[in-house]
Unconditional design. Structure first.
Length: 566
């Protein structure tokens, strides 16, 4: 006999038959946040590798040199930090072989499409509880907003960080809503493991879910797949370098865990984001525990769990468990590291689980109210994200564009010095300086001089500030720094000062106010003395040069090599 405390039966509820028009209307509702997200992506994505993206280029080079099938397979499975990024490399290989060049925007698109899979899983789960498609609007708002800017606009991060959580959640859906352990669930778990290191957590969490269902044949099948997967994953595995030796106190790790789970709160316009993220994280973890432990206690008393309860337990255990591992390994870098944009997908997905569980658990008569409240909270996060993180998306685009210039043009003339192997693999992205590149190498003769407010060197970096420079725009427009010597020219981006105006919530053009700051590591300069000039680029693409009369001195010293295994 069913317990009266349970709002829906143990057995799988097939989605109600609905009209095509209802499905289309519901899909259009969910499509709104995705379209805004896609439009912003189209404006700020740029085909330039960032940090670990260069490892994918190296992968293609190593793959071409590999002679035997075994050597080629090794290049796909080669360890990257603590991860086996087979999926990232497979998509990279496909993109290169299908298009003839490696395009990092293609990698970003494929990675971002994983969010569509994640949304589809939540839609399907809600329909299993008798809900309608549009009730997943809170999830769509949470997943598709600018809180994701770093993963969104970074090829390798999009492939890895979005895909692993989408595959993990899909795995728990298969385990929770199917009568037995399917081969699809096993394949999804293997794919998650070969996408990111925390995909390994799918296996123990999944094993617990199968035990809770008392599917002992499934336990044996899952254990066999687990043993094979773990054996292959750790074959030749070496502990990666790079994590901080100081892992902080237990209190620091607990605080970092809360920050990780509540990182989505940084979108709100509150100055002390550490406080807001910590409070939301504590609330979400507390709510997860308050829901999870009574459910487990009922199972201990012999009451079978519903499919939705299993789905919730699996998904939230994966997220909070990942948070524990990340907090333990990363808190030594500083508490702020735990709220970085790369990790926000976990906080946003945790919110998605709790909201959709609340909608599924509520009686049909009250679902509209619960869905409305969840949508309102999710809308606030999405709305504020586009003002809170817009400057980050702009700064990333401008930083990458100037980095491309500096590694492409390494002489005192605008001629590319990129090596033939790299040129074969990738094309330079179109950039704002392409049509006027030669102007960067000419000393301006009729330009108005500008006096910097601040220029000093600290901890191996030149720090510059000018508070009176006008705000110019929100894409490629802005102030850039030209460092020019007899040997070569460098181009550096700056960070425009934020306006602090509330108008920016509704008018993105009001994001920036007068002035900018910049930090230039001395190790990025070849030996020599460099004249410093400000380049102003306005929304019409017009250039203006402003000599500063100041100089940068490069010693030619290179930055210490970062310990890595790739």
């Amino acid at each position: 006999m069913e317990s009266k405390t349970r709002p829906f039966p143990v057995k799988d509820i097939q989605p109600k038959s609905v009209s095509i028009s209802s499905l289309v209307l519901g899909g259009l509702v969910l499509l709104g946040p995705l379209l805004v997200y896609g439009w912003v992506f189209s404006r700020y994505a740029i085909n330039i590798p960032k940090f670990d993206d260069h490892a994918l280029k190296s992968f293609l080079l190593n793959l071409e040199k590999a002679e035997s099938f075994r050597d080629k397979a090794y290049e796909f499975f080669r360890q990257h930090n603590e991860h086996r990024i087979v999926y990232d490399r497979l998509i990279t290989w496909l993109d290169y072989n299908l298009t003839g060049k490696l395009n990092y925007i293609h990698l970003m698109i494929v990675g971002n499409l994983s969010l569509v899979l994640l949304l589809a899983v939540f839609v399907r789960a809600l329909r299993r509880a008798g809900g309608t498609v549009w009730m997943a609007l809170p999830v769509s708002l949470l997943l598709f907003n600018l809180s994701q800017w770093e993963n969104m606009l970074w090829g390798m991060a999009a492939l890895q960080n979005f895909t692993v959580i989408a595959l993990a959640v899909a795995t728990f859906y298969e385990l929770a809503f199917r009568n037995r352990v399917s081969w699809l669930a096993v394949l999804l778990a293997v794919a998650a493991t070969l996408t990111s290191g925390n995909g390994l957590m799918v296996w123990p969490v999944g094993l617990v879910l199968i035990f809770l269902r008392q599917d002992y044949v499934g336990v044996l099948r899952w254990l066999a797949a687990l043993a094979i997967t773990f054996r292959l994953y750790f074959l030749g595995y070496k502990s990666p370098p790079g994590n901080p030796a100081d892992q902080g106190s237990l209190a620091d790790q607990l605080h970092g865990w809360f920050l990780f789970n509540g990182a989505s709160a940084e979108a709100f316009p509150v100055q002390d984001f550490i406080l807001t993220c910590g409070v939301l994280g504590a609330l979400l973890v507390g709510l997860t525990v308050c829901i999870g432990f009574p459910v487990l206690w009922k199972r201990f008393k012999g009451i079978p769990l519903t499919e939705w309860q299993l789905f919730l337990l699996g998904g939230t255990a994966f997220i909070v468990g990942t948070g524990l591992i990340v907090a333990f390994n990363r808190v030594g870098f500083g508490l702020g590291t735990l709220t970085t944009s790369r990790y926000k997908i976990y906080s946003l997905t945790l919110l998605s689980f709790l909201f959709t569980y609340g909608i599924a658990r509520t009686s049909p008569a009250r679902r509209l109210i619960v869905t409305g409240l969840a949508t309102g909270f999710s809308f606030l996060i999405a709305f504020f994200s586009y003002t809170t993180y817009l400057d980050e998306a702009i700064n990333l685009r401008q930083y990458l564009a100037t980095r491309q210039f500096n590694w492409t043009y390494t002489q005192n003339r605008p001629v590319s010095t990129i090596d033939p192997d790299t040129r074969k693999l990738i094309d330079n992205a179109p950039a704002f300086y392409d049509s006027k590149r030669s102007d960067l190498y000419q000393i301006p003769t009729r330009s108005m001089a500008v006096r910097l407010d601040t220029l000093y060197k600290e901890n191996g970096e030149y720090v510059l500030r000018l508070n009176s420079f006008p705000a110019l725009g929100i894409r490629d427009e802005g102030a850039y720094l030209i460092a020019r010597s007899n040997r070569r020219v460098y181009l550096f981006s700056t960070r425009q000062n934020l306006s602090g105006s509330r108008r920016r919530w509704f008018h993105p053009a009001a994001t920036f106010g007068p002035g900018f700051t910049a930090q230039i590591p001395e190790t990025e300069l070849d030996a020599g003395t460099y004249d410093l000039t400000i380049l102003s680029v306005n929304s019409a693409g017009e250039w203006q040069f402003y000599p500063t009369g100041r100089h940068l001195i490069g010693t030619g010293e290179t930055a210490p090599a970062i310990k890595k295994n790739w």
